[in-house]
Write a protein that binds this ligand. Structure first.
Ligand code: ATP
Ligand code: MG
Length: 441
């Protein structure tokens, strides 16, 4: 992609309304634009990141056995009356009347809809287990939308719902998602720690929030530092292996980790002093077993091997991709701008032409772009008629993992410069060696 033909509305000034660094950088780098309080448009560069985040989430959901669907954004109030949540949900729900004055709403979540889909077609234990997920826009009329896409009113959510015959198999469904989440966040270049979360009237221990440590996080958290060095379950993990998954989950819950709501100071005091970590964090995911809370009132029943009908056991599993983009920026930036982890970068390479208009430099850039793209790398070529300083500033701000800097002086010796955005290391290299070098990294 040539930058001169792209749409990258970067801002020179730091927007005053942005309180935290990720919000400032996402606006400045032209990733998003606010259209109303807590409602954002995703611009080309931001959308590419969001799509890559979703791709990592999808891959791990699919690997863990979940199946993708897409439910409607606009839902009927009828279903929510069946579950009893229509009144209970309160002002966070955006309620709408259609032309016939029927009560509708913009879905803040989808337990009711998915339960309706399930009950319409699944009747026997033989069709279980099932886990259905979607990635779709939700609306919650948050009291205080803030921090850009970190806490917005319209936001993207991956929400999965599991269905099982009994609590024991529901635990396995929970463990599948638990392990999938560990792999997902690691795949996004993040260290997320599962922390005990409130289970409300359901009780038990099957609710965890996945938290990324960050000074600007909204949650106060307490945990054992050892989690930061834990090994992530490998790609070869067998999600059918009940005991194996339970072992992984047991290990990842063996030390102290709780948000302030669940914090027990006495238990935390028993963590060796050197390992005690009281910090702030960003909730990027939440998994929750809630038994028959919806299946019972909504009549989602299955027949067991004994021929007896019973309400299905359910769990729900959320991740916020639009919040994650902000969380990634929060975790990975410097004074000059964003530093994208390779897995989610909007392009792999910023190709910088130091002398646009110079025939030899232009030709070399075009050739480098073509060869990198042919090798499967994505390139944003800064071919604008700008001074080098402005191009360097843009490249650092938008944070692509690699910069390839091409100018007449280097070309005279058959060389270009390669800069790694993350550490700032530079090397001079012949264009022909670029692909091997980038693939090696
Ligand atoms: P919070 O406590 O932050 O309001 P929640 O408990 O309401 O979150 P869930 O209902 O569990 O969140 O939603 C699943 C995921 O969706 C969260 O872990 C988060 O990543 C994301 N999410 C929730 N609310 C928002 C929001 N207002 N803006 C962006 N992402 C959100
Ligand atoms: Mg909330």
């Amino acid at each position: 992609m040539r930058l001169s033909r792209y749409f990258l509305p970067t801002l020179r000034e730091t927007p005053k309304e942005a309180e935290i660094v990720s919000h400032r950088l996402m606006l400045r780098a032209g990733l998003v634009r606010q259209e109303a309080a807590g409602i954002y448009a995703w611009l080309p560069l931001g959308l590419r990141v969001l799509n890559r985040v979703c791709a990592v989430i999808r891959e791990e959901q699919d690997r863990a056995g979940a199946i993708e669907i897409l439910m409607p954004a606009i839902q009927s109030a009828e279903l929510w009356k069946e579950s009893g949540r229509y009144e209970a949900y309160g002002k966070e729900m955006l309620r709408i009347a259609d032309r016939h004055d029927r009560e509708m709403l913009f879905g803040p979540t989808a337990e009711e809809v998915v339960t309706e889909i399930f009950r319409a077609s699944v009747k026997s234990y033989k069709d279980l287990p099932k886990n259905l997920y979607q990635i779709s826009w939700k609306f919650r009329d948050e009291v205080r939308p803030r921090f850009g896409t970190m806490r917005s009113r319209e936001f993207l959510m991956k929400d999965a719902y599991s269905f099982d015959i009994d609590q024991a198999s529901a635990r396995h469904a929970y463990n599948r998602m638990f392990v999938a989440y560990l792999r997902t966040f690691a795949g996004l270049g993040l260290k997320a720690i599962p922390m005990r979360a409130d289970t409300g009237p359901i009780g038990g221990d099957l609710s965890h929030e996945f938290i990324i440590l960050a000074q600007t996080g909204e949650s106060e958290v307490f945990c054992d530092r050892q989690y930061l060095d834990f090994e992530i379950p490998p790609v070869t993990t067998d999600f059918e292996d009940v005991a194996g998954l339970q072992g992984t989950v047991d290990r990842w819950t063996s030390h102290y980790a709780a948000t302030s709501e669940m914090h027990e100071p006495a238990a935390f005091a028993e963590v060796p002093a050197d390992n005690q970590m009281a910090a702030r964090g960003i909730e990027v995911g939440h998994i929750f077993y809630f038994g028959t809370k919806y299946s019972e009132p909504m009549g989602a029943k299955v027949t067991g091997p004994d021929g007896i009908e019973r309400p299905v056991h359910m769990g729900s599993y959320g991740i916020g991709p639009s919040r994650l983009v902000a969380a990634i920026v929060e975790a990975s930036h410097d004074e000059a701008g964003i530093i994208w982890p390779d897995a989610v970068a909007p392009f792999d390479v910023a190709l910088i032409n130091l002398k646009t208009g110079d025939a030899a430099t232009d030709a070399a850039c075009t050739e480098i772009q073509a060869s990198l793209e042919a090798a499967g790398l994505t390139v944003l070529y800064d071919d604008r008629d700008e001074r080098p300083g402005a191009k360097f500033a843009t490249a650092d701000l938008i944070g692509l993992p690699w910069q390839v800097i091409v100018g007449p002086r280097g070309l005279a010796e058959g060389k270009v410069e390669l800069k790694r955005r993350a550490g700032g290391e530079r090397e001079t290299i012949a264009p022909i060696d670029l692909i091997a070098r980038l693939k090696r990294a």
